[in-house]
Design a protein around this ligand. Structure first.
Ligand code: GLN
Length: 202
């Protein structure tokens, strides 16, 4: 089983542990550069990207994270983790930096105060190609959206209807994957399995 690190500075680390263990991977918490070098892949959890950035900088993890991601380590970010993987950030706090890696522009807290949290079904054609594949029931919590992606990034999912219809909420670029929602708390393992398969093939 691949050893998949979970960046454990802040956020819903435990939920990702549970999901990865269910998907035939060995989850390992990562808080130090040595721990980062000992895993095959990484998950950046949901939480608060401003805090995660500050802690990563304080723990001397930001540069090692950038290096590993740039060197091709498969990495999956959810919500705050998606923000961390964005090359371009809008509505970050003063001085907020990301790890980067995916050529996309992400807007923090994009869905606004009126709809802090909501659930929506998203279609996952690129991840589950079965003709009868059910939609993925996605949970959004003060989520970002993706305003645009560069040529090397592939859009995996968009909001289907409502005022935010068409907004991009899942992206893949090579072995990097990011979702604006939280598949770790939905009980549907398809996206985590997809990532574990991607890690095995890397
Ligand atoms: N709003 C948070 C941020 O800016 C993300 C929320 C989440 O991860 N659920 O990082």
């Amino acid at each position: 089983n691949p050893r998949i690190g979970i960046l454990a500075l802040q956020g819903d680390v435990r939920e990702h542990h549970r999901m990865l263990a269910e998907c035939d991977a060995t989850p390992v918490s990562v808080r130090r550069p040595e721990e980062l070098l000992a895993v095959d892949a990484l998950v950046v959890p949901g939480g608060e990207s401003t805090t995660m950035f500050k802690l990563a900088a304080a723990f001397d993890l930001l540069e090692p994270l950038r290096k590993q991601v740039a060197a091709g380590m498969p990495t999956f970010g959810t919500c705050a983790g998606m923000i961390m993987l964005a090359d371009h950030l809008r509505d970050g706090v003063e001085g907020q930096q990301t790890i980067g890696g995916i050529d996309m522009t992400v807007r923090r807290n994009a869905f606004g105060r009126q709809v802090d949290s909501f659930e929506a079904d998203v279609s996952l054609d690129r991840i589950d190609a079965r003709a009868d594949a059910p939609p993925f029931h996605a949970v959004f919590i003060r989520a970002p959206w993706v305003e645009g992606v560069g040529e090397s990034a592939e859009v995996i999912a968009r909001i289907a209807s409502g005022p935010a219809a068409g907004r991009i909420v899942a992206v893949r670029q090579g072995d990097l994957l990011a979702t604006a929602f939280h598949p770790e708390i939905a009980g549907d393992t398809r996206i985590h399995r997809y990532f574990v398969e991607l890690v095995k093939g890397a």
